[in-house]
Design a protein around this ligand. Sequence first.
Ligand code: UGA
Length: 453
Amino acid sequence: MNVSIIGTGYVGLTTGVMLASLGHAVTCVDIDESKLELLRNGHSPIFEPHLESLLNHVLPQMRFTSSYAAAIPQADVVFIAVGTPSLPDGNSDLKYLRAAATSIGQHLGTDFTVVVNKSTVPIGSGNWVESLIRDAVEANGDRIGDRICVASNPEFLKEGTALEDSFYPDRIVIGADNSLGLEILTKLYTPILEQSFTPPEGLPRPKNLPSVALVKTDLTSAELIKYAANAFLSTKISFINEIAELAEKVGADVRFIAEGIGLDARIGRRFLQAGIGWGGSCFGKDTAAIISTAREYGIGMEIIQAAREVNFRQRARVIEKLMFELKILKGKTIGLLGLAFKPNTDDLRDAPALDIGRRLIERGARVRAHDPIAMNRFKFEHSDSGFHLTESPETLFEDADAVVLVTEWQQYRSLGWNDIVPRMKNPYILDGRNCLDRALLLEAGAKYEGIGF
Ligand code: UGA
């Protein structure tokens, strides 16, 4: 099929590369010419495992353009995967979505086209996108007839494992109020649903994955599924973080609690990792947006509200723990291991490290930071942060009063503790992701503290 994708961010690019490797002809549209040039030359503008190598593999099947005229008329399916950042009131800023929908309408071909909202868009956006396309078609003196179907196909990929999640999802959700549109999308995803494609190099099919579930819904239900999924996952993490606080007080170990409840199939083990809480571009934005939408209907969404409050509190707890250990933060040197909001990405959006570092600087501390991948992006996006970046994780420990592990990069788990702990002025290490080997750290002379035990 001919597929066009508007927006080459995480979602758009990963989806494009995945669909191209299934054999579809993919055209990616973006307004950023420098990004398009990188992509044409096989370079990924974002760090995501396997993305660049797979991009190079499927490059002959992909086109990159800023021209809607080149991308839209021939497309069977158009994915809209543009950014929908948060506005101060929690609502999403839809200016990019509006521009994409209008441009699609201006260049719509004569054959049936499925326009798919892949971005996380507010509930009701499908209908709005359809009306924008209709307006643009009519402004051209044309009539839309039954040439389009607007569908929702929410994305569930996680940064850091975006391609695994795209090729081997738990389920695919497609929602539309038009049966031909649903049929076309089912056909597009058949290789994934039936797992009939040859796994790309480096991305082997997990054992016991004979097929993938397909959830077909109406348009609005698919839109709400996306918000409900992210709200539930955020709440699950905040739930275990709240239990972690109690576990600390009563002398229990939250890691046992997570195992003990997670093995109940009704609860499930994943997303019960206690620590300094969630960050990233999705959970904060989507929980704010669902609360804001619900408010319009007079619904309070108290559970999701509480999940957000617990999450903000996790960041404050890091500062409290440091104040308890160091008493005065002014003039103290504190190292942050990790800047990205999670490992295997260079994404810094709503990264806990930024918030924690800022709060420490406000209290007069000197903040050092290291990240194996995200430092270049950090220098570019946060040049005024006041953080001192260190080229190696080891340097971060030199004469430090405390070190906080913020992002659980694999390489931080096996640092040479016997060598680096003695170099600290005060050997306090706060393991914000409960991922370090406590015994090894104690043996090296560290004062080790985790979250929730
Ligand atoms: C999240 C969802 O997991 C995806 O399904 C969804 O598609 C995506 O948002 C989106 O809406 O685009 P993502 O934010 O990329 O994916 O990454 P996650 O793995 O969900 O991690 C989010 C945050 O939660 C990270 O800061 C991570 O450290 C934290 N986390 C995760 C925990 O603190 N504990 C856990 O047990 C799991």
